[in-house]
Structure formats: C-alpha cells, structure tokens
Design a protein around this ligand. Structure first.
Ligand SMILES: *Cc1c(COP(=O)(O)O)cnc(C)c1O
Length: 465
C-alpha cells in the first residue's frame, strides 16, 4: 500500500480519486476523464492546488468558511476538546460543557425568542428535524392533521430524503422517489427570470400571496409550516424583492402556521448581520443553522427553536436525534468560531465596510455586455448571464451552457465562482479585504470577457424564442 500524500504527482492522485471516490452532485465518469482539481492547503481567502496555483475562493468552500481558512485557534479548540472529551452523547439524560456553552451562546446571539437549540450534524439533518418537529408540535397541540409543509420551487434545504423533499430542485426530485408526502411547493420570488412585466415590488407581493392561495386551497387545518431561505443560495442567490418577506410574515401570522427560516447560508454574518431574519424583519419560529456556525471547520448544524415551540416540544418525548447531535468537538469549534467572529468584529465589519464596498463593485458588473442583472445581499451575490439584457432573455442553448463556460474561464483565471444554470454566484469569506475584492472583480471581469468571446464564437449568443 503506497502512502498517499500531497507530494504525489497530480495525475496519480486524480487516478486514485477516480478509482475509489464517488463525488456528490457530479457525473463520475466525466470527472474521471478530466481529473478533479486537488486542493492541498488554504489560508485566508486563498486556496492552493496540487500544481501550486493560488486560487481566490469566492465561494468560501461551500458557502461556509465565513471566518476564512487557516485559523489555528479553531484547530487548537478541536485538539483541546478531543483530548478532554472526544465524544459523548446527549441522548440518555447526559450532557457536556461544549453543548451547554454553545446553546447558551446561540440563545444570546439569535434574534427574538429563539432561545433553544436541537443539534444536528448538518443542515440536511437539521431540516429533517424541522419536518418532524413541526408536525409533532401540531400533534401535541391536538392537531395531528396539520402536516403539510409549504416550500418553494428551486429552494435548497439539503440532500437527505426529507430535506431534499422540502427543497424544490427538480433534478433532485427526479432521483430516488422524492418528494415525501405532504410537502407542497409554490413559486420562487425570482423577478429576473419569472417577473414578466410586473415591477419587482408587485412581483414580490404576487409570489408571497401564492402562500396564502396554497393555505386556502390545502386548508388551514392541514398546513403545519412554511419554510424558506431568506435569500435563496444554491438556487442562484435569488435576492427577493423587498415586498416579499413582510407579506410572507403577514400570511404566516394570519393563518397561524409555523415559519421556518433556513439560515444555513444566511446565518453568521453572510448578509451583513448575524442573521438574515434581522435584515429582512422575519420572526421565525424555527431557524435552521449549519455552515457558518463552525465556518466549516467541523460538521455541525441545528434548529434554533422559539420559546413557544420549545415549551410544547419539551412536554413530550421527541423520538429523534443523531449520534453526533451536539458533538463536543464540533461544539467547541463552533464556539471558538463565534468568539472570533464577535471579538474581532468580523461580522460587524462585513456589514458596515466590506458589504457596501463589494456591492458597488459587484453591481458595476451589470455594465458588462454578457450580464443582465447583478444582485447582492451582504456578501452573497449573483449575476445573470443573458444574450439580451433589454428583454431579460434566456439563452436558446440548454440552461447552464453559458454558465459552465463562464465557470471554466473563472477557474482559468484562478477564481472560484460557481454557476447555477446561467447565473454566476459568489459568497466569499467574510474576512475578504478590499484589495482582495478588487482582485475578485478583476478576475471575474476577465472571465466574463473570455466567456463572452467563447459564447459568441460558438454561436450561442442567441436568445430563446
Ligand atoms: C447547504 C444547505 C443545506 C444543507 O446543509 P448540509 O450541511 O449540506 O446538509 C440546507 N439549507 C441550505 C439553505 C443550504 O444552503
């Protein structure tokens, strides 16, 4: 057995990867032929690959490395905890200090009366918890028929059977027999693609009112909850019109259904405040958290729960939990992450200084001939690629063709920017500096120029009819 290390030639590592490693959300054989890019180390906002390229990670990994790479304090917190108590569970009337301390910290940070946490190992698991908790809550209140959870098309809530059912990704529903029963999807507030002749404000109201229509159609006595990402992330950083969330809140209040804010991406500073529910004036009963909670240094997620729901749930024996619910090492890492985000003022600076600077630069990309709209919420942004700005046209080519070309040009320019269909998205670490933002924008512009040339040369600059 050969020792596999960073020092092996890239091609050999790629061959081993293709032989034995099945990648998520990937066509295995296609990747096998190309060879995966091998990331060997990272610092701040910069990744290094096995060929020595230095790449600006404008995605913070998968939207999660809010604090940036290479913080030794988090590694030390993990090592300390592993030596003291590497594992114990919280199932059988036991607890431990990291779980207690993190719960206390989260109750302090979270808005409104989200004073309780049910831990999970990931965002997907937390949303599975939410499905069972919302339904159990209503059953406990003598309304077991309130089971339906209303979500949105093109939402992303995770990849497990439950959370992917909540999600509205048709490609995911097409595999493995999803969705589970009693999940209902309404349309998303994506004005650029679907707003037609309406103003964004009119469209935001119209899309929110689909929730009211769905409640009336399904019956108020059957609906348990509505779930939404304050800003849709994996769906393409869809920033809703300002009219959207106040109307959703009004409808949830009026019909007495639970509001679940999935802040797995939005939480922990991404939108410039600790939680997007604060930015958008949302009062959730349950909030899903993960990703930025530990800045991705250790796997952890959870459901923040309001006083009223916690009171009802605490009156029953909820037959639910994960081996790694409240894992002590993950809790210790999350605590250290939050301590640094707070004490170094990283979230505050992201909101007050970095976000406005990035917004100015990002919105200017809308002047590029290939770019329709440029949207941004704090430090998550997107641009829509289009063959014709004036008519907000899609490409005639398959969705994602132009986006993929643009992503390849980003890679060639040492920039990680992801494509979702024909939208390009960013979500950089919150610690990104102004000069690094300049570099990001320079590389994005060079990639857009190169992508435009290729798209034109391949005869793809054609609007769908
Ligand atoms: C990533 C994500 C999830 C799933 O989290 P995992 O940790 O990958 O299971 C859920 N909701 C949203 C909004 C996400 O972006």
């Amino acid at each position: 057995m050969t020792l596999i290390t960073n020092h092996m030639p890239t091609a050999e590592l790629q061959a081993l990867d293709a032989a034995h490693h099945m990648h998520p959300f990937t066509h295995g054989n296609e990747l096998g032929r190309k060879g995966a890019r091998i990331i060997t180390r990272a610092r701040g906002v910069t990744l290094t690959d096995s060929e020595g390229n230095e790449i600006l990670d404008a995605m913070a990994g998968l939207w999660c490395v809010n604090i940036g790479y290479g913080r030794d304090e988090l590694a030390e917190a993990a090592a300390r905890q592993m030596k003291e108590l590497p594992y114990y569970n919280t199932f059988f009337q036991t607890t431990h200090v990291p779980a207690i301390a993190l719960a206390d910290k989260l109750a302090e940070l979270a808005p409104h009366d989200l004073n309780h946490v049910f831990y999970a190992g990931s965002g997907s698991e937390a949303n599975d918890t939410n499905i069972r908790m919302a339904r159990t809550y209503w059953a406990q209140k003598g309304k077991p028929e309130k089971k339906v959870i209303i979500s949105r098309k093109n939402a992303y809530h995770g990849s497990s059977v439950g959370s992917a059912s909540l999600g509205g990704m048709s490609a995911m529903h097409a595999q493995g027999g999803l969705p589970i029963p009693d999940v209902h999807h309404i349309n998303q507030p994506d004005w650029w693609s679907e707003g037609g002749a309406m103003t964004p404000e009119e469209f935001g109201l119209a899309r929110a009112r689909e929730l009211e229509d769905a409640i009336l159609e399904l019956g108020q006595d059957r609906v348990a909850a509505f779930i939404g990402e304050p800003v849709q992330g994996a769906g393409g950083v869809i920033v809703p019109p300002e009219t959207y969330w106040p109307e959703i809140q009004r409808i949830c209040d009026k019909y007495g259904i639970l509001l679940i804010a999935d802040e797995v991406i939005c939480g922990f500073g991404r939108t410039g405040q600790w939680f997007a529910s604060e930015s958008y004036g949302i009062r959730p009963h349950i909030m899903t958290i993960a990703k930025g909670l530990s800045s991705g240094y250790a796997p952890i997620g959870g459901s923040l729960v309001c006083d009223e729901v916690a009171e009802v749930m605490n009156d029953c024996d909820f037959a639910h939990g994960y081996t790694y619910s409240g894992h002590p090492v993950s809790c210790a890492v999350a605590l250290e992450n939050i301590r640094i985000l707070q004490e170094e003022g990283i979230v505050d600076r992201a909101g007050s200084e970095i976000a406005p600077y990035l917004r100015r630069k990002w919105e200017a990309l809308a002047d590029h001939p290939l770019v329709g709209e440029a949207k941004i919420a704090g430090l998550m942004g997107s641009i829509a690629l289009t063959p014709d700005k004036a008519s907000r046209a899609r490409f005639a080519a398959d969705p994602g063709t132009a986006g993929l070309i643009c992503r390849e040009e980003c890679f060639a320019n040492n920039l990680v920017m992801r494509h979702v269909g024909d939208r390009m998205v960013i979500s950089p670490p919150l610690v990104i500096t102004k000069p690094e933002i300049d570099t990001l924008i320079d590389r994005a512009t060079a990639a857009l120029d190169a992508a435009q040339k290729r798209i034109e040369a391949e005869g793809l600059m054609v609007p769908a009819s």
